[in-house]
Design a protein around this ligand. Structure first.
Ligand SMILES: NC(=O)C1=CN([C@@H]2O[C@H](COP(=O)(O)OP(=O)(O)OC[C@H]3O[C@@H](n4cnc5c(N)ncnc54)[C@H](O)[C@@H]3O)[C@@H](O)[C@H]2O)[C@@H](O)CC1
Ligand SMILES: Nc1ncnc2c1ncn2[C@@H]1O[C@H](COP(=O)(O)OP(=O)(O)O)[C@@H](O)[C@H]1O
Ligand SMILES: [K+]
Length: 482
C-alpha cells in the first residue's frame, strides 16, 4: 500500500543511517544537522510559548544527538532564552554545536546540574539518539529522574534509553512530553513501552529518502477507510460473506454473545453461531443463524472465529482448523490448536493472543513478552506460519510471511475490561469473511475496536458490549473523515 494513504511508517536504524549517508554526500557538511536543529528549536519554541526569559537546560551526550541539542539551544539562546548545557562526556561534546551555543550566550553547567534540571521550564534530552546501545548509563540516570520534575521535556530524535528499533526499555529512560524525530518515525516511538516514554511525536522532514518496506507501519483513518468492505448494489447476504463463530460454553456463554456482537458489526452479511450458547446468543441477537451441529456440519462460511470462552473442546478447534477458509483463533482456542496443524493449513490463520497467552505459546513469561513485543509477535508469526495479532496497549499485527509489522494505537486503557477481546475476535473474523486478508482484517479490526473503545468510554468505564455497540460509530467516523 506504500505511502499512498498517509500511513505512518517507521524505519529501523540501519535504513536511516544508509539514507543519511546518501543524503549527506550531496549536501554541504553540517547541513543535515542544521535542518534537524531548526526543526527541534521550532518545536521547543512552540511548546514554551514564550521563548524570551525561559530557562532551558540541554542534556548533551557525546554524539550527534547532543549536537542537535546544542545547535537548537543556540537558536533558543539567540531568541532570549537562558540556555545551559549539562555535558555528560565533557571532552567529547559536539565541538561545532558547543561553540555555537557559547557564541549565542549559552553556558555550560559545572555544578548543581540536577537542581537546575528540576527547575527548568524545558529540558532538551540530547543524551543519545539512534546511536544509543542498552539502557541509560549510570551518570545519566539521576538527570533523567530530575527531568521528571521540570515543566516540560523534549526528547531529541527519541527518548534516551529507549531502543530505537524495538521500543524496549532496559533500565531507566527519559520520559518526554514531546519527541522531535528526524526523517522518519522510529519503531521504538510507536511500540510500547517506548511509545509511552516518547509522549507526543513530531516528525521533522530533513529530506531523507527512505526506500523499501518500513519495519513498522501504523494505519491512519484514510488507510482504514480504503480497506473497509462496502456492499455493492449486487450484494446479498451471502456475497457479503458469512462468518462462523464457534465460541462460548455452558460456563462462559457470554463470550459467545460478545464475539457475535463484534461479528455483526464487522461487515459480513450473516453470522453463523455454533456451540452450546445458542439460546443466549439468539436472545440477544435474533439475526444470528444458530446451529447445534459442530463446525464441520454447520453449513458454509467464508471465515471462522474459534476459541473465546470455548473451554476445553478440542474437537471444535480441530473441525474449524480443517475447514479450508480463513480462521481466527483466540483465547482457549490458542491452547488447543497444535502448532503443526496451524502451520500446514492451506487457508490463512490469524492468532489473537494477549501477552499472557503469547507467553504461554512461546514458553516464556508475560513480562518478557510485554518488554519485547515486537520480537515476540514476529517470533510467534514465524513459529506458527500464521498472522499474529498481539493485544495490549499498543496492538501489533505481524504477517505470516514477515514484512512490516502493523501497530495500532487507537485504543484506550478503558478497553482493559472483561470480554473486550471477544468483541475484537468477532469483529476481525467478520472482516476476514467479508474478504480482507488476515493482516488487514487484524489491523483494521484493532483500529475500529480501539476507536470504538474510545467513543464508548469517553472518559468513563465501559463494558465490552458497549464497545461492540460503538463499532458502528467508529466505522462511520473512519468513512466520513478518512
Ligand atoms: N547522521 C545524520 O545525518 C544526522 C543525525 N542526527 C542526529 O544524530 C543522532 C545519531 O548520532 P550518533 O550516531 O552520533 O549517535 P548518538 O548521539 O545517538 O549516540 C552515540 C554516542 O552516545 C554514546 N552512547 C551509546 N549508548 C549510550 C548509552 N546507553 N548511554 C550513554 N551514552 C551512550 C556513544 O558512546 C556515542 O558517543 C540521531 O539520533 C540524530 O539525533 C541529526 O542531526 C540529523 C542528521
Ligand atoms: N492498556 C490498554 N490500552 C489499550 N488497549 C488495551 C489495554 N489493555 C487491553 N487493551 C485491549 O483490550 C482488549 C482486551 O482483550 P483480552 O486481553 O483478550 O481480554 P478478554 O479476554 O477479557 O476479552 C484487547 O483488544 C487489548 O488490546
Ligand atoms: K535523545
Amino acid at each position: 500500500m506504500g505511502n499512498t494513504h498517509g500511513m505512518r511508517n517507521a524505519y529501523g536504524v540501519e535504513t536511516v543511517r544508509a539514507a543519511e549517508r546518501e543524503l549527506m554526500a550531496r549536501l554541504p557538511q553540517g547541513a543535515l544537522m542544521q535542518r534537524a536543529a531548526a526543526g527541534l528549536a521550532a518545536a521547543c519554541a512552540d511548546l514554551l510559548g514564550r521563548v524570551y526569559g525561559a530557562r532551558v537546560v540541554l542534556l548533551v551526550g557525546s554524539g550527534d544527538n547532543g549536537g542537535d541539542a546544542l545547535y537548537a539551544g543556540a537558536r533558543l539562546a539567540r531568541r532570549g532564552a537562558g540556555v545551559s548545557a549539562v555535558l555528560l562526556a565533557p571532552g567529547r561534546a559536539h565541538p561545532g554545536g558547543l561553540a555555537a551555543l557559547l557564541a549565542a550566550g549559552g553556558v555550560v553547567l559545572q555544578e548543581d546540574a540536577e537542581d537546575t534540571v528540576r527547575r527548568a521550564d524545558l529540558v532538551v534530552d540530547g543524551i543519545v539518539g539512534i546511536g544509543g546501545r542498552g539502557g541509560l548509563r549510570d551518570g545519566a540516570v539521576p538527570l533523567a529522574e530530575a527531568a521528571r520534575e521540570a515543566r516540560a521535556v523534549v526528547a531529541v530524535d527519541l527518548p534516551s534509553g529507549v531502543d530505537a528499533d524495538t521500543g524496549e526499555v532496559r533500565g531507566a529512560a527519559v520520559r518526554a512530553d514531546l519527541t522531535v524525530t528526524f526523517g522518519t518515525h522510529k519503531p521504538g516511538l510507536l511500540v510500547d513501552p517506548g511509545r509511552e516514554y516518547a509522549g507526543s511525536v513530531r516528525l521533522v522532514d530533513i529530506g531523507l529518502a527512505l526506500p523499501g518496506e518500513p519495519e513498522v507501519e501504523a494505519l491512519q483513518h484514510a488507510d482504514v477507510a480504503a480497506l473497509l468492505p462496502v456492499p455493492g448494489a449486487e450484494s446479498d447476504k451471502y456475497r457479503r460473506g458469512v462468518v462462523g463463530v464457534a465460541a462460548g460454553s455452558d460456563r462462559y456463554p457470554g463470550a459467545a454473545v460478545l464475539a457475535v456482537a463484534g461479528a455483526l458489526r464487522g461487515g459480513a452479511g450473516a453470522v453463523r453461531y455454533v456451540g452450546p450458547a445458542g439460546g443466549a446468543v439468539l436472545a440477544r441477537f435474533p439475526e444470528t443463524l444458530v446451529s447445534d451441529r459442530g463446525p464441520a456440519k454447520a453449513g458454509r462460511v467464508q471465515a471462522w472465529v474459534v476459541g473465546p470462552g470455548a473451554g476445553d473442546d478440542a474437537q471444535v478447534v480441530e473441525e474449524v482448523l480443517a475447514a479450508e477458509v480463513p480462521v481466527l483463533i483466540d483465547a482457549d482456542g490458542l491452547r488447543l490448536a497444535p502448532r503443526d496443524v496451524v502451520r500446514e493449513r492451506s487457508a490463512p490463520t490469524l492468532l489473537t493472543p494477549h501477552a499472557g497467552e503469547a507467553a504461554r505459546l512461546l514458553g516464556t513469561g508475560r513480562e518478557e513478552v510485554e518488554a519485547a513485543r515486537l520480537s515476540a509477535v514476529r517470533e510467534l508469526a514465524g513459529l506458527y506460519g500464521a498472522t499474529v495479532l498481539l493485544k495490549g496497549s499498543t496492538t501489533l499485527v505481524a504477517g505470516a510471511g514477515g514484512g512490516a509489522v502493523r501497530v495500532n494505537a487507537t485504543g484506550t486503557p478503558w478497553l482493559a475490561t472483561a470480554g473486550s477481546g471477544d468483541v475484537l475476535s468477532g469483529l476481525a473474523g467478520s472482516l476476514m469473511a467479508a474478504g480482507l486478508e488476515a493482516l488487514d482484517a487484524g489491523s483494521v479490526g484493532a483500529y475500529l475496536h480501539g476507536l470504538a473503545g474510545r467513543f464508548a468510554a469517553d472518559g468513563a468505564p465501559v463494558g465490552a458490549h458497549d464497545v461492540a455497540e460503538a463499532i458502528r460509530y467508529a466505522w462511520r467516523d473512519v468513512v466520513r473523515t478518512g
